[in-house]
Design a protein around this ligand. Structure first.
Ligand code: NAD
Length: 336
């Protein structure tokens, strides 16, 4: 390490972030400062002296925070995730800050977790696990349904949606999909049919969301679109919490219209997911309500968390940091 080594402030650091970032090639050439708290305008000043800032999904990198970071001399925001809805890209560009992410670490990790959630929820494995550990070997209430022959609707056929489509096809499911940029060649090869969102929602037994969070996709699942879904539909969201209007979802669960929900993300997950809050009072009433339904399964944003994904996230993030420190025209090269 020398005086030229980039100085990097890492936010929302967990022990596994340190472990994988430290093990990545090139990591020794970086001067790391790890913060356990999330970045926001109120604490952005702490980065003074850093060249890059490394953030995750719930850091708040809005125009105000970016202004402070720019004044502190930060030239680069390195997201160690794929989604970038928490960064104001226009403000970053205006302040001459390059933004990088890890667009493609392991779509398999996320697609496989989605399938894990569906199988667990449908076959009630989480409930069976608890019962058997208490020597309750009763099967009452554990009836699921065959996935074979059912219809899966995939909203968003990017990297993750396509892998999930392949897995569902392997189960013998009919797969229909919706994407504003359809790929008919892929669909024909994969045995997937494209449809409108409305037709997809009306026809699917399982609906899975794989779109980024944008103004267009915000609350794409709402009172109106929930009403279009088949009674008993199973809804999966491992993408971003605000794709679903939580209040409308709770109403649809209470009425019995929705048969099951598996979530890896939640609209108000910031400050809750990734934290150990056991022993504290859960202040979020909607999350608390969701957790009371026997047919709701929630994991705390862990779909990305495989060894392969963590290694790739760290490798690409460290590479981005080193390039940002080296290349004069890095800002131009990194428009997201
Ligand atoms: P991707 O960019 O490869 O694919 C996204 C797809 O969504 C694209 O094909 C795009 O055309 C489509 N799309 C955009 N707007 C749409 C709309 N209004 N309706 C339908 N489709 C639309 O992204 P990806 O790698 O497949 O990831 C998808 C999302 O998964 C990410 O944006 C991220 O939010 C989320 N994610 C979650 C985790 C996790 O750990 N839970 C991990 C990685 C990614």
């Amino acid at each position: 390490m020398d005086a030229q080594s980039p100085k990097v402030a890492v936010f929302d650091t967990k022990p596994y972030d340190r472990e994988y970032l430290a093990a990545a090639e090139g990591s020794d050439a970086v001067q790391w400062t790890f913060h356990e708290f999330r970045l926001m305008a109120e604490n952005a000043q702490i980065v003074a002296g850093a060249n890059s800032v490394c953030v995750f999904v719930n850091d708040v990198v809005d125009a105000e925070a970016l202004g402070i970071l720019a004044d502190c001399g930060v030239k680069h925001i390195g997201l160690r995730c794929a989604g970038f809805n928490n960064v104001d890209l226009h403000a970053a560009e205006a302040r001459g800050i390059a933004v990088t992410r890890v667009p493609n670490y392991s779509p398999y990790a996320v697609a496989e977790h989605t399938v894990g959630l569906l199988l667990c929820l449908n076959r009630k494995i989480h409930r069976a696990y608890n019962r058997v550990r208490e020597f309750n070997f009763s099967l009452n209430g554990l009836v699921g349904f065959d996935l074979h022959g059912k219809t899966a609707g995939i909203v968003g056929t990017g990297k993750i949606g396509r892998i999930l489509a392949g897995i569902f096809r392997g189960f013998g499911m009919r797969v229909i999909a919706m994407d504003p940029y359809p790929d008919p060649t892929w669909a024909a090869d994969a045995g997937v049919e494209y449809a409108s969102l409305e037709d997809l929602l009306c026809a699917s037994d399982v609906v899975s969301l794989h779109v980024p969070l944008t103004p267009e996709t915000h609350h794409i699942v709402n009172e109106k679109t929930l009403a279009l879904m088949k009674p008993g539909v199973v809804l999966l969201n491992v993408s971003r919490g605000a794709l679903i209007h939580t209040k409308a979802l709770i109403d649809a669960l209470k009425s019995g219209h929705v048969g099951g929900v598996a979530l890896d993300v939640y609209e108000e997950e910031e400050g809750v997911f990734f934290e150990d809050l056991s022993g504290l009072v859960l202040e979020d009433d909607e999350l608390a309500r969701l957790l009371t339904f026997p047919n709701v399964l929630i994991t705390a944003h862990q779909a990305f968390m495989t060894r392969e994904a963590m290694e790739e996230i760290s490798r690409v993030t460290v590479g981005n940091i080193l390039r940002a420190a080296r290349d004069e025209d890095f800002l131009e090269q990194t428009k997201l």
